[in-house]
Ligand binder design. Structure first.
Ligand code: SF4
Length: 716
């Protein structure tokens, strides 16, 4: 290592091989005191919290108090993969889950990310890293699994921007020819200056011989990271291999993996083509079904969307080699734009590589802001990643700003000259750079929608009700990119999610709106129980959700009907096999057993929200645009649909009524539907009418720890 990187603290630890998916210890680093310790993992911790998100929540719970704010030194960042995380025989098995108190929601947030860090941390001897305190200078935390040392290293105060820093870290920490043995976690200057900072987790793309990153995007974990003065986390292992997770029965993994990999090869090209188009395959599907966010979620389709459709991206992506963010991922949906010439900002005219974009990016900074040019989307993609800013939040909050501009709530005098109209590329890139620099109007934008709503009402006299209606955030987290007006279940998928409006908990639009598989409140509530729990299970085990249902067995839809087919039962069986094959646990036999594991952690997280002053019904509210048309323009754009619903569903006589009357009436009907849905979901989840887990639910899930019970009792 070069001289300007001095070691501030070093900690030697005994080697520890992984056994059945666990090392049975976690690493604690306090950046204020420079204390580094090893904590042992109990059997009870593994039984109830499993790993990944569960470990993160448990460690954070023990590390903070109900008063802890995101920027207090005692707030923590916990990163953990999970017991299955790190196998290579099955696609999508290398995820890490980041847990912290979020700057935007002020509650606990969990964010799932690809790249190598979590599994490598385990191979270096640790099931999780728990970082507390605040360094008084820029530091790197280096976990060296080759020498069994943890170091806190003083880092020079040069750039934190990811596309530069990841390459520097590779030079510093990797041995030539063994670049794939190192992974880093970084953020960027946007994480210093906004509340929507994300974390970039690196992996080495061997065919392209370059370092790439995936993002833990949601909830501002990058902002917490930079607030702690962390320049980077780096982990190094001596050698990568396919058996390092030391499963209880390797043959189960081999057989299950072989089957899915054949399925992937045969079915992906005729199903979603994830390998060539990635998640962008959703662009045209969403547009067709009127679900693609356009102009701050006002509309669900646009005639120019074909210009940013998956077929366009397929022609732009480098398809010369498979693109997976973990070893053995035959779904390989990550994708790369190999040569892109930057158009604006500090890296203008440089040729760079861009990771992605994924659907959320294309929709969020494309259609939602009025950009239908892939090169413009790539510009936002590159800068959000390297600046360490969550691109979903950036897209959604910029849409909010643009609608405020359109309505005269903002004008160029208030934005410092930025003419933030739909599709204004110069103004939007200027805003992005201002946000990353913490300058001008960008400083306000970087606070996120929830705080902007207050500023625009207090300082500019805007109508707070209108801002509430069009500000697409729930629990302080900006919406991910789906129009939910016609799917009551997906409104619940966003509004009733523990961390805020992120689709990784529940994505029910298709089964609800397109296929009409869950027409009653009870059926929607059942789906809002099963699917969030099932998806939570991926986060406990270090898994990616995409191989579960973005490719299906050929006979899935003929063998199973409706909602059963949506569960993809054969793949659920695969996951049971993976879990038992890795951990050796013989008490996990059915899909219900997986759901039960998730339910314990999910309810624990709900109580965690309660502990932090949230977690009740009032915090499950959603902006009205999530449920229906806010403006006359919106109503009239889909008048036939809304008129029909008013007559047939709400029993309202529309004869002679103005659009304003009809908007009001439809709103009364739809808001009532959301409340009824919430009632049904709370009941199904074993919660009170106020959305609090009942004591009997805690007991059933074996999370009736004294402190948990006390919090719930005092809230009942
Ligand atoms: S399916 Fe895509 S996102 Fe998931 S692990 Fe594979 S490459 Fe990564």
């Amino acid at each position: 290592m070069e001289n300007d990187y001095s070691i501030l603290k070093e900690f030697d630890y005994p080697p520890q091989e992984v056994s059945r998916g666990y090392t049975d210890r976690t690493l604690y680093v306090n950046l204020s005191s420079r204390e580094i310790i090893s904590k042992s993992v109990s059997q009870a911790m593994k039984d109830i919290f499993i790993g990944g998100r569960g470990f993160g929540l448990r460690l954070l719970w023990d590390g903070i108090t109900s008063k802890t704010k995101w920027d207090d030194p005692e707030n923590e960042i916990v990163i953990s993969s999970g017991p299955i995380g790190g196998i290579t025989q099955y696609p999508g098995t290398g995820k890490s889950i980041v847990v912290s108190v979020s700057p935007t929601t002020e509650m606990v947030v969990d964010s799932n990310v690809g790249g190598y860090y979590g599994p490598y941390l385990k191979f270096a001897g640790w099931d999780a890293i728990e970082i507390q305190g605040k360094a008084n200078q820029e530091v790197i935390i280096f976990v060296d699994g080759s020498t069994n040392k943890v170091q806190i290293i003083e880092a020079p105060m040069d750039t934190t921007n990811t596309h530069v820093l990841t390459k520097e870290l590779l030079k510093l920490f990797a041995e030539p020819g063994k670049e794939n043995c190192v992974s880093s976690v970084t953020a960027g200057q946007g994480a210093d200056n906004t509340l929507i900072g994300c974390l970039n987790v690196s992996y080495f793309d061997v065919p392209r011989q370059t370092v790439k990153v995936k993002q833990a995007g949601r909830g501002g974990t990058g902002t917490v990271f930079r607030n702690k003065n962390i320049k980077a986390l780096v982990v190094k292992i001596p050698k990568m291999g396919g058996k390092l997770n030391n499963p209880a029965d390797q043959s189960i993994l081999n057989v299950t993996g072989k089957k899915i990999n054949i399925e992937m090869k045969e079915n992906d090209p005729i199903q979603n083509s994830m390998k060539t188009k990635g998640t962008n395959v959703l662009v045209e599907i969403m547009d067709y079904h009127d679900l693609l966010p356009v102009h701050n979620f006002k509309f669900g389709a646009h005639p120019d969307s074909e210009k940013i459709a998956s077929t366009v991206w397929e022609g732009i992506f480098d398809l010369s080699a498979p693109d997976g963010c973990w070893y053995g991922c035959t779904m390989a949906c990550a994708h790369t734009v190999k040569k892109y010439t930057v158009q604006t900002g500090p890296y203008k005219d440089q040729e760079v590589m861009v990771d992605g974009p994924e659907y959320e990016t294309t929709a969020g900074v494309g259609s939602n802001l009025g950009f239908f040019d892939p090169l413009k989307i790539l510009e936002f993609n590159f800068y959000c990643d390297t600046y360490g800013m969550d691109i979903i939040s950036f897209g959604t909050l910029t849409g909010f700003i643009m609608e405020c501009y359109e309505n005269g709530i903002l004008d160029a005098t208030k934005t410092g000259g930025l003419e933030l109209e739909w599709g204004n590329f110069k103004a939007t890139t200027d805003l992005l750079h201002q946000m990353a620099n913490g300058k001008g109007f960008g400083k306000t934008a970087g606070l996120g929608i929830r705080k902007m709503k207050k500023i625009f009402a207090d300082d500019y006299g805007a109508d707070p009700n209108f801002l509430q209606d069009i500000g697409m955030e729930a629990k302080g987290m900006e919406y991910s990119e789906y129009v939910t007006k016609e799917s009551l279940a997906q409104q619940g998928g966003f509004g009733l999610a523990n961390k805020g409006a992120q689709h990784d908990e529940a994505w029910l639009i298709f089964m609800d709106m397109v296929s009409n598989l869950i027409p009653t409140f009870e059926e929607k509530a059942e789906a809002l129980h099963y699917f969030p729990m099932f998806r939570t299970w991926f986060g406990l085990n270090g898994l990616c959700k995409l191989p579960w249902n973005d490719v299906e067995p050929t006979n899935n839809r003929t063998k199973y009907d409706g909602i059963d087919a949506a569960k993809v039962p054969e793949h659920v069986e695969n996951y049971i096999k993976l879990f038992t094959g890795v951990t050796g646990r013989d008490d996990v036999k059915t899909g219900e057993d997986l759901i039960l594991m998730s339910e314990a952690v999910y309810n624990f997280q709900r109580v965690f929200n309660l502990r932090m002053g949230f977690g009740t019904r009032e915090f499950d509210k959603i902006p009205y645009r999530s449920s229906g048309p806010v403006t006359s323009e919106e109503y009239e754009s889909r008048q036939e649909r809304y008129d029909k619903q008013l007559v047939e569903l709400a029993g309202y006589d529309i004869e002679g009524k103005s659009t304003i009357d009809k908007v009001k009436e439809l709103r009364t009907y739809r808001e009532d539907q959301y409340e009824k849905l919430s009632d049904a979901v709370y009941k199904r989840r074993g919660w009170t009418e106020n959305g609090i887990p009942k004591l009997e639910t805690l007991e059933r899930l074996k999370i009736d720890f004294p402190d948990v019970v006390e919090i719930v009792k005092s809230a009942l």
